[in-house]
Design a protein around this ligand. Sequence first.
Ligand SMILES: [Zn+2]
Length: 284
Amino acid sequence: MKIKRIILFIVFLFVVVLSNFLTGHGLGTEKTVIKFSDFVYRITLDFGLRPNIGVSAGPDGIMLVDTGHQDVAGELLTAVNQLKEGDIKYIINTHPHGDHAGGNKTCGENAVVIGYDDLGQMVSEGVLTPGDESNNFYSLDFNGEEIRIIPSPGAHSDKDLIIYFTESGVVHMGDLLLTQSFPAVGPRVKKYLEILDWVFDEFPPSTKFIGGHGRDYTMVEVKEYHKMLQDTINIVHKKMKAGKAVEDMKQEGVLKDYKSWGVFLEFLDTDYWITSIHESYKNE
Ligand SMILES: [Zn+2]
């Protein structure tokens, strides 16, 4: 009798754990909500790669910048609806990777979904207005401000968009900014530095930056991040010029003072960054 009860209890536990797993509840889904302005927020669920979701929730309705992992899309929707009830009107994807666009289906049943490939179509449908020839951006007015969608391909992916909330002074950089990690740009480090230089020219000093993953940055912090990258590039570049092999640089730990940048997203560690720099500068 006792054994039967124990077995039943174990079965019960198993069902609870399984159902929690299937719905994405219970396991590490703490959330962070940051308010930037009257209508603009950042929501991050403590799940998977912890992608950052931009939210505009106000009189015109709800817009999401990215929808995160599919597994926790239901929880994202719940968190968004705690800010404001109603359907999602627009979803803008900074890029199509699964940790950023995985929740599109669940969150976007009645939404207009805008990604890099949809920009032309959105103009013809009157959803977006293109900038003039000197301004390579698309815009729409939502919740009292112009929201700019700025194509910026070629560093993280071929379909990256930067989203600028002009009145709130908030920029969602997608994976063109990983604030607690080395950048996920592979052999395109030079292209990435060009994008950062453009960012410094384009946005006012008071701008707040949401990265694809990690905490938010001020403009000063983006500049410090740029300096950290430049310092590490200089170290590796110097060793390359001296004829040092990539594997030896890793073995020697030439970036050991920068190990903390390889913790938040652990696959982007110092070994990865040494390879990236080497691949980017080997033909010089
Ligand atoms: Zn990502």
